[in-house]
Write a protein that binds this ligand. Structure first.
Ligand code: FMN
Length: 343
């Protein structure tokens, strides 16, 4: 089921993944990323303990849609029996189950879950083995380089996970100790790629086509995962694909008859406007417009754009979710128009 290109990167296509991101990658945003050119999406990480206790809010993160293929829920936890039970509860709906061995948040590591498990490699491997035995679908894992306490052990762990049947790995090129500081170590990821036969996805600091190409050249990874670079900018996937010559620019859904009259900043506004409006449609058609999510994405979609501060003040004065959503749309539309008339 999981196949991927192997060997040195020669400019050919690779799968692009929207990173699982808590507070970002909810269902409508994942569907939007797919329309923008992502090949694979993964849910926000979800507590196995909460799933086994039937916590509704956690199960709401496990929503998918027929157009999200494959559907990959990601779970975390420190208790092997809870992890196994949560995986078995997801067995019917998941195409693949992803295990989180990368989260550095203290509330996760203090229960010896997420990246803390990399400090207990035997527990990590035995937990994964019992999940693989429990479910019918492929199991994948996302990890870091190691905890940062001693030597990095992602290579050793990767080999063991391959031996017990993990179908694919994603490596974020930082340690638990580093959290998000420093640069992602793509050279180490390349060593992981060389050490196993299963596909390895490289993650960390990929934000555009130049960093995507540089990461592929260094790692020869089977695919790339993009996190922060896709927050408020889901179009990054299509942009990478068109700039690396994998697809024609004309095939991007936001490229219309007016596109080539726009300045670079005008194009930024136009693609964000397209993506924002499409996000609203996808949210209305699936989860509905949820104020918390609207606010998060609205802030990210407008971040760094000239005039955004004033627009954000205005949008917070609105009374309904619809008005709020429209105020962002109007702000972006005005900017596209002003850039269009300048050219
Ligand atoms: C806001 C935020 C939430 C995240 N939530 C998760 C998560 O739920 N599961 C996970 O495996 N990683 C999570 N991560 C880590 C990302 O998936 C990714 O590994 C990390 O951001 C490095 O990639 P980047 O440099 O492309 O951002 C999160 C990162 C951010 C910034």
């Amino acid at each position: 089921m999981i196949q991927a290109a192997r060997g040195e990167w020669e400019g050919d296509t690779r799968e692009l993944f929207l990173a699982p991101m808590s507070g970002v990658s909810e269902l409508p945003y994942r569907l939007l990323a797919l329309e923008c050119g992502a090949d694979v999406t993964i849910t926000e990480f979800t507590s196995s303990a909460a799933l086994t206790r039937e916590v509704a809010r956690s199960w709401s993160r496990m929503e998918s849609h027929p157009s999200e293929k494959p559907f990959i829920p990601q779970i975390f936890g420190g208790d092997p029996s809870e992890m196994r039970l949560a995986a078995s509860m997801l067995n019917d709906r998941a195409d693949i189950i992803d295990l989180n061995f990368g989260c550095p948040a203290p509330k996760v590591t203090k229960i010896c879950a997420g990246a803390a498990l990399m400090g207990q490699p035997e527990d990590l491997v035995s937990m994964t083995r019992s999940i693989i035995q429990e479910v019918d679908c492929p199991v994948t894992a996302k990890m870091r380089l190691g905890t940062g306490n001693k030597f990095n052990n992602a290579i050793e762990i990767s080999k063991e996970l391959e031996n017990i049947g993990v179908a694919r790995l994603c490596v974020h090129g930082r340690t638990l100790k580093q959290r998000y500081s420093g640069e992602a170590d793509w050279n180490y990821i390349q060593n992981v790629v060389e050490s196993v036969e299963i596909p390895v996805i490289a993650n960390g600091d990929i934000i555009d086509s130049s960093s995507a190409a540089a990461c592929l050249e260094t790692t020869s990874a089977a695919g790339l995962m993009i996190g922060r670079g896709a927050i408020g900018r889901p179009t990054v996937f299509g942009e990478i694909k068109s700039e690396l010559g994998w697809i024609d620019e004309e095939s991007l859904p936001w490229v219309d008859h007016n596109w080539y009259n726009l300045s670079e900043i005008g194009k930024t506004f136009a693609s964000r406007k397209w993506a924002w409006d499409r996000y609203l449609e996808l949210a209305k058609g699936t989860t509905g417009l949820r104020p918390k999510w609207l606010k998060r994405h609205a802030t990210a979609f407008t971040k760094g754009l000239p005039g955004a501060k004033a627009a954000r003040v205005k949008m917070h004065e609105t009374e309904t979710s619809d008005q709020f959503a429209m105020s962002i749309s109007q702000f972006l539309a005005q900017k596209v128009d002003s850039q269009s008339s300048k050219s």
